[in-house]
Design a protein around this ligand. Sequence first.
Ligand SMILES: Cc1cc2nc3c(=O)[nH]c(=O)nc-3n(C[C@H](O)[C@H](O)[C@H](O)COP(=O)(O)O)c2cc1C
Length: 193
Amino acid sequence: MVAKKLRIYGFLGSPRRKGNTATLLEAVLREARKRGHETELIHLMGRKISGCVECFACQKVMDEPGCAIKDDMQEMFPKMLSADCILLATPVFDWSFSWLMKAFLDRTYCLAKYAEDGTYTSLLEGKKCGLLVTAAGDEFDGADLVVEAYRRIVEYHRMEYIGHIVVGNVNTGEDVLRPGIKRKIKEFVKNML
Ligand SMILES: Cc1cc2nc3c(=O)[nH]c(=O)nc-3n(C[C@H](O)[C@H](O)[C@H](O)COP(=O)(O)O)c2cc1C
């Protein structure tokens, strides 16, 4: 029994469809389904997602994304806008997000709408947002920087920060779902509401 059923979209930024990050995201979504939430996993790999080209066409429309780049992000925007909760799942690549996740995040610029006086609103305002990270190093070998960037993005879009799970020192999927992490997954999903 859940107080409120959430619509959760998990965006997977790993090039590996069955890699460590996929294992983590799938486990979180499975736990969320057990609690009655609706989930969808979206692979960014294999989709055509360009980086932002700074044309600012998006700033000419205030109530919709208005992104001029007609690629697969056009399918992602409606999902993000209809979500109660957005999960960003990424491996650490060079002390940062994966290239797939970085392009995806840069394209969400169009969801922030600027007024002439420099103030802005975000079409993502109020939505919950969580972060899932896997890394070969420990949590201070790049994952910490990803967490910090995520915090700032959440703050920028005035979303609701629901926390993060970092799984460091992973080699295989088995490492990802070690007992301590299973416990963290349960806590993370419980705290979504
Ligand atoms: C290009 C590349 C860069 C990486 N850079 C880092 C890094 O800076 N810090 C780190 O801890 N792990 C780094 N890793 C390791 C991955 O983050 C780690 O193996 C991750 O679990 C892979 O997830 P996946 O199986 O979902 O792709 C890197 C791996 C690759 C392929």
